[in-house]
Structure formats: C-alpha cells, structure tokens
Design a protein around this ligand. Structure first.
Ligand SMILES: [Zn+2]
Length: 378
C-alpha cells in the first residue's frame, strides 16, 4: 500500500510539471491552438506520464530502499547525496555540490528557460530509529542506530522519477523549461532551507513543489497546518572545582542548565496553549566529582506564526539569563537553525487537487484526504 501511494504521488508530481509546462507553452504561442486541441494534447501527455511512471515502479522501489538502507542523520547524508546526485547526473542534470557551505547539500538542474520548476523533499533520518521495514513494532536492524522514522527515504527518489519522466517528454516535444531537484538536508535539525533561501537559490524559481510522505494523498494552500521554530543552544560557563574537596570554589554550569529547564517548565502553564517547545541537555558535565564548568541545553521553540515563535525565543533568552544570574555563571546562545510556518500556493494546490481527484488513490488505498482548505470548495 505504501508503495502504491508513493507511485501515485510520483505520478501527481509529474502530472503537475507537465500541466504547468504545457500551460506555459500555450500562453507563449502567437496563434493559440483551440482549447480543445491543447486539452487533448495535455491529456495524452498525462496518460503517457502515467504509463511511464508505472513502467518505472522497480526503479522507484530500488531508490527508496537504497536511501532507507543508508539511513544518514542530518549533515551526514554523504552516501545518500552521492547516490541520488549520481542518478541525476547520469540523466543529464548539472549538480552544484556543497551549496550554502553545507557539504552534503546540492542543487541539480536540467533544461533552460521558463518556467523554472523546483521540486524538493527531505533526506535525513532521525536518531535511534533503526527499524526493520514492514514491522509494526519496534524492531531495529541495528540497535541504537539512526533510521528513517519519518519516511525521508522516499521523497527525493520519487521526485527524481517525476522529473526524469517529465524531462523525457520535454525533450521529445521540445518544451522549454528548467527542472530543479533540491534536497531538504538536515531537515530534522531545521538546518539548511533558510540558508538556501538566503543565498538566493530560489530567486529564479517560478514554482516550488515540495513533497513529504504520508499515509494518504493531500494538498493544501495558504498557511499549512504545523509549526515553525527556532532551534537554539544555550551554553553556560562556570568554574570548575573538586566537588568534594572545594565545592565552594566552583560555579556549576549544570546547575544553570537545570534551572533553565525547570524555569521553562514552570513558564509552560502560562504560555499560549498552541505553542510547542522541547529541549534536551546536550552536555551536563564530565563526571560527578568535577563541578561542570561547561553545560549546554538545546531548545526548539515552536509556534504557528512568526510573532509567536519570536515571543517564545525571547522568553527563553530571559530564562537563560535568569539561570546564569542564579548560579554565578555566564551564558551564550547560538541559533542553530530556523523554519518558518509554511505557506502554499493556491493555483498549484488546486491543479494538484484536480489531478488527485482524477487519478485517485491506488486500489485498496484509503479515500483521498480532503484537506480543510479545499473541502470548503466542495
Ligand atoms: Zn519529515
């Protein structure tokens, strides 16, 4: 069933590309063909896409399984990136490696001219999520190893299949346009998308399609359901001393971390209930008989909108300052990443939704989910 839904998603992505390319060409013609002819041609191309995607089911399965087996954490997607960019390169894409100074990041491009369609999905996996495929209880392949607990092994492989299918048709039909495939490197750490944007990679892009695995097919527009966040690490510095011999000489950075943690938990009751925030202690010292001179605590501050995220971040900073004051330590903070609430395009969503309705889910799959933004139209 999962494979069937993946196949269907590839098909829809490819259909969306074909639909938009054909539309761009249609609007450029000085003597436009009658609508019915264009529509007929578009339908024929879509049918061809469907057949080609079906014919490449094996390739999709191999790519999805390979990336699953690599199971690499954020910023460590070395084999994953080598493998996926290798396929794109063999198929005529030009790869820019190490974009935004991130060694495992890349930007793959093929074609020329407008429209420029960029298609992205995440690549990284999560810690300690190693799991045997198809087993519905915790059963790791390697105990304690990372794994694709969030399905990031599937997105880029299916994006690749979608663009290769569309590319074949574009070449034959001499349809102008540029296809870009880009990876959500270190997505679980919200590590790279903001940097790609800051470095201007999306400036030339006309439309950006992003896909994520789920248990069904769905699409939305406007602000999506879900939070944005700031990822920030607070490092406290104190004074080391022997914990038994001369503890009065010490200033414990761990005490500050613990106070920041408990301070945030007390604050939680009085926060907007829609917020989400969580933390881990990354460094709590070395051993009990040494007063920890360094300790770090790492927070994700999440909310549904920008002001909400900033408010949480500022509250966190104040609590950190308070914890330092209480313990005679100092604190520095480092923003490790950020992700802002997503906003999706209505035209793309509605076009995709029409294709979803038309092609539907594979046999045996659940009914298509109608997301609330689109349900109101029915
Ligand atoms: Zn994900």
């Amino acid at each position: 069933m999962k494979n069937a839904i993946l196949k269907c998603t590839i098909l829809l992505l490819a259909l969306l590309c074909v639909g938009n390319l054909a539309f761009a060409q249609k609007t450029k013609k000085t003597k436009p063909a009658p609508m019915s002819e264009v529509d007929k041609r578009l339908e024929a191309l879509k049918k061809e896409v469907e057949t080609k995607i079906d014919g490449n089911a094996k390739m999709a399965q191999v790519m999805v399984d390979k990336v699953f087996s690599f199971a690499e954490l954020g910023f460590q997607e070395t084999e994953t990136s080598k493998y996926l960019t290798g396929i794109l390169e063999q198929n005529g894409f030009t790869i820019e490696h190490g974009i935004s100074d991130v060694p495992t990041a890349w930007w793959a491009k093929w074609g020329s001219g407008k429209p420029v369609i960029a298609i992205g999905s995440d690549l990284d996996c999560i810690p300690k999520a190693s799991q045997k495929p198809g087993v519905a209880y915790h059963d790791p392949i390697v105990e304690g190893a990372p794994g694709h607990g969030e399905g990031h092994n599937s997105g880029t492989p299916l994006n690749i299949l979608a663009v290769l299918t569309v590319k074949e048709i574009m070449e034959r039909e001499k349809i102008p346009g540029t296809l870009i495939v880009w990876p959500g490197v270190a997505e679980e750490l919200v590590g790279t998308k903001a940097y790609f944007t800051r470095d201007g990679y999306f400036d030339e892009v006309d439309m950006c399609i992003f896909t994520h695995v789920g248990d069904n097919l769905g699409v939305s527009y406007g602000q999506a359901w879900g939070t944005g966040l700031i990822s920030v690490e607070y490092e406290f510095s104190g004074e080391s001393a022997h914990s038994a011999g001369a503890p009065w000489r010490g200033r414990s950075a761990l005490d500050a971390v613990e106070l920041m943690s408990i301070g945030w938990q007390y604050m939680r009751e009085h926060l907007d209930p829609i917020q989400r925030s969580h933390h881990v202690i990354k460094n709590g010292g070395d051993q009990p008989n040494v007063v920890p001179s360094k300790a770090t605590i790492w927070f994700y501050f999440r909310h549904f909108n920008y002001p909400g995220i900033i408010e949480l971040y500022e509250k966190g900073n104040k609590i950190a300052d308070g914890a330092a004051l209480m313990t005679g330590t100092t604190v520095t903070r480092k923003v490790l990443g950020s992700a802002w609430p997503r906003h999706f395009n209505k035209v793309i969503a509605e076009t995709m939704y029409e294709n979803i309705k038309k092609w539907g889910c594979p046999n045996g799959a659940k009914k298509i989910r109608c997301w609330r933004w689109l349900c109101s139209k029915k």
